[in-house]
Write a protein that binds this ligand. Structure first.
Ligand code: NAP
Ligand code: MG
Length: 506
C-alpha cells in the first residue's frame, strides 16, 4: 500500500473535507508513489483563515528576524541530514535523474540558509537620511511583512520552487498557504514535516494539495490572501493576475521562457557544444530557462550541428535512479503527448527533424513517459516550435549572419526569461548581452543561478524577482513614518493652503 498524505492546516494533518484522494505516479514506471488529499475550496478557506489568524494574532510577524532565521536554518540543516529521503522522492515522484535530484536537494539547503542569513542584513527600520533634519523631522522607513501569502508551484523543480517561496515569505514575517503541483505533492509534504519539527508556530505554513482548477483557483481568488506568488505557465500566470485583481493582491510571477542560446563565430566551439546540450537536455528540457532556441552564426553552423548531433546521439536515456542515465522521463503522460505533438507541428511547419522525434523503443522504458533527444534544423523563428514553450527535450536550431540579427531573433519572442552568448571576446559578448530583453543572460555559461542574484523575467516571462535581496523585499511592504518636530504655528504650508489666518473682525 502506498503512503497516504493529508492536508496540513493550522499545524494539523487533516483529511480533505470531500474525503477524496488522488494518486501521485512515478513518471518512469507508472507505479503509485503516494495517495494525495484532494483539497478543494473549503480546505483552502480553512487554511487561509488559519494563516490569517496566525498573521494577525500570532507571534510570527512580531518575532525578531533572528528568531525566524533560526527556524529556517534548522530546516536547512535537516534537509541535509535527510537528503536521501528527498533525493528518493525527487526521483520517484518527478522523474529527476539521480544527478539532478542530488543537486536539487543540495541546493535547497543552500537557498534556505541564504534566505535565513540575508534577511538579517535587511533593516526592519531605518532613518531616511536625506529627509530627516534635526529639529524639523525624523523620517523612518519601516519594512513590514505583507500578510497572508498564497503560493502556487510547478512540478519541474518540486522542492526548489517551494523553498524559493516559503523561505523568503516566512523569514520576512509572512504566513503562507501553499498549493504544490498535483504531480509532486508528497515531496512538499515531507518538507512541511521539517518546518513542523523545527518549531514553526501553527498556522504559519499551511499546505493544501489538490488540482490547480480547484485548490489553486480557490487560493488565488481568496479575499483574505494579500499576495500571490506563482511559478508555472504564462497561461495560468495570466489567470493569477485576473484573480489577484479582485482585492488587488500583490503578485509575483515566474513564468515560461523560450531562451536563445547564441553562439558567435569566435566562440570556443567544443565548450559551446557541451553547454548547448546541457542547456536543452537538462531535466529532459523541463526547465523554464532551457536553451530551446540555439542561434548559430552562419559560418560555424554546419560544423557546430555536426558536433552537436554526434554528442546528442551519445546521451543515455534511461531509468532515473540509474547512475549512468543522462536523461530521464517527462513528468507525465500528458506532458509526453504535448511534446510529441509539438514535434509533429515542427515537421508540418517545414523544419527538419535530424534526431529523435519519438519515444524510445527500449522495452525498459515503455512504461515511462520518455521522449528521445530531438533536434530540428532549418527552423524559422516565426514557426511555433521557435515561439511556443514545448517543455521537453526538443531543440530548434536557427542561423544568423551578424550579432545584430541574432539579437533581433532572440528578442522576437513574447518571453524574456534568460539567454546566453558564446564568444571569446568579452566586450562583444557583453554588448549582445546588454541588448537582450531577458532577466538573466549568461556569457560563456548556462543555467547558472545564484541565490545572491535576482531571478525573473521580462515581458510575458513574469513580474517581480525571486532570490537575492530583491527577492526578500518582494515579501515586504514599506511604510514611511514622519515624526514632526516643528511647532504647529511654524507650519506655513497649512495656513497658505487651507487655514489662511482670518482678518480680525471690526
Ligand atoms: P501550470 O500548469 O501553469 O501549473 C503551475 C501550478 O499552477 C500548478 O500547481 C497547477 O496545479 C496550478 N494551476 C493550474 N491551473 C490553475 C488555476 N486555474 N488556478 C490556480 N492554479 C492553477 O504549469 P506546469 O505545467 O505545472 O509547469 C510548467 C510551467 O512552469 C512551464 O511553463 C515553465 O516554464 C514554468 N516554470 C517557470 C519557472 C520560472 O521560474 N520562470 C520555473 C519553473 C517552471 P496542478 O498541477 O494541480 O494543475
Ligand atoms: Mg500542472
Amino acid at each position: 500500500m502506498s503512503q497516504r498524505y493529508e492536508l496540513y492546516i493550522n499545524g494539523q494533518w487533516q483529511a480533505p473535507k470531500s474525503g477524496q484522494y488522488f494518486e501521485s505516479l512515478n513518471p518512469a514506471s507508472g507505479e503509485v508513489v503516494a495517495e494525495i488529499a484532494r483539497g478543494q475550496k473549503e480546505d483552502i478557506d480553512a487554511a487561509v483563515k488559519a494563516a490569517r489568524k496566525a498573521f494577525d494574532e500570532g507571534p510570527w510577524a512580531k518575532m525578531s528576524q533572528q528568531e525566524r532565521s533560526e527556524i529556517l536554518q534548522k530546516v536547512a540543516s535537516e534537509l541535509e541530514t535527510q537528503s536521501r529521503l528527498f533525493v528518493g522522492l525527487l526521483i520517484n515522484e518527478s522523474g529527476a535523474t539521480l544527478r539532478k535530484a542530488k543537486t536539487e536537494a543540495f541546493l535547497c539547503g543552500k537557498y534556505l540558509n541564504y534566505f535565513a542569513k540575508a534577511a538579517l542584513k535587511i533593516n526592519p527600520e531605518e532613518s531616511i537620511e536625506n529627509l530627516s533634519k534635526p529639529g524639523v523631522s525624523e523620517n523612518l522607513l519601516v519594512r513590514e511583512p505583507i500578510g497572508v501569502c498564497g503560493q502556487i508551484t510547478p512540478w519541474n523543480f518540486p522542492l526548489q520552487m517551494p523553498i524559493w517561496k516559503i523561505g523568503p515569505a516566512l523569514v520576512m514575517g509572512n504566513t503562507v498557504v501553499l498549493k504544490p503541483a498535483e504531480e509532486t505533492s508528497a515531496i512538499v509534504l515531507e518538507l512541511v514535516k521539517l518546518f513542523e519539527a523545527a518549531g514553526l508556530p501553527k498556522g504559519v505554513l499551511n499546505v493544501v494539495t489538490g488540482y490547480g482548477k480547484e485548490a489553486g483557483a480557490a487560493l488565488s481568488q481568496h479575499p483574505l490572501v494579500d499576495k500571490i506568488a506563482f511559478t508555472g505557465s504564462t497561461e495560468v500566470g495570466k489567470l493569477m493576475m485576473q484573480d489577484a485583481s479582485h482585492n488587488l493582491k500583490k503578485i509575483t510571477l515566474e513564468l515560461g521562457g523560450k531562451s536563445a542560446n547564441i553562439v558567435l563565430e569566435d566562440a570556443d566551439l567544443d565548450q559551446a557544444v557541451d553547454a548547448a546540450l546541457y542547456a536543452i537536455y537538462y531535466h529532459s528540457g523541463q526547465a523554464c530557462t532551457a536553451g530551446t532556441r540555439l542561434l548559430l552564426q552562419e559560418s560555424i553552423h554546419d560544423r557546430f550541428v555536426e558536433k552537436f548531433l554526434e554528442k546528442a546521439k551519445a546521451i543515455q536515456i534511461g531509468l532515473p535512479e540509474d547512475k549512468a542515465t543522462d536523461m530521464g522521463p517527462l513528468v507525465s503522460k500528458k506532458q509526453q503527448e504535448r511534446v510529441l505533438n509539438y514535434i509533429e507541428i515542427g515537421k508540418k511547419e517545414g523544419a527538419t527533424c535530424v534526431l529523435g522525434g519519438n519515444a524510445p523503443e527500449d522495452p525498459k522504458l515503455t512504461k515511462g513517459h520518455y521522449v528521445s533527444p530531438t533536434v530540428f534544423i532549418n527552423v524559422d523563428n516565426k514557426m511555433r516550435i521557435a515561439q511556443e514553450e514545448i517543455f521537453g527535450p526538443v531543440i530548434s536550431i536557427l542561423s544568423f549572419k551578424t550579432p545584430e540579427e541574432a539579437i533581433e531573433i532572440a528578442n522576437d519572442s513574447i518571453y524574456g526569461l534568460a539567454g546566453a552568448v558564446w564568444s571569446k571576446n568579452d566586450e562583444k559578448a557583453l554588448s549582445v548581452a546588454r541588448q537582450l530583453r531577458t532577466g538573466t543572460v549568461w556569457i560563456n555559461d548556462y543555467h547558472l543561478i545564484s541565490e545572491k542574484a535576482p531571478f525573473g523575467g521580462y515581458k510575458q516571462s513574469g513580474i517581480g524577482r525571486e532570490l537575492g535581496e530583491e527577492g526578500l523585499l518582494e515579501y515586504t511592504e514599506t511604510k514611511h513614518i514622519h515624526i514632526d518636530q516643528l511647532k504647529a504655528r511654524d507650519k506655513k504650508f497649512w495656513y497658505d493652503s487651507v487655514l489662511a489666518p482670518k482678518q480680525p473682525v471690526g
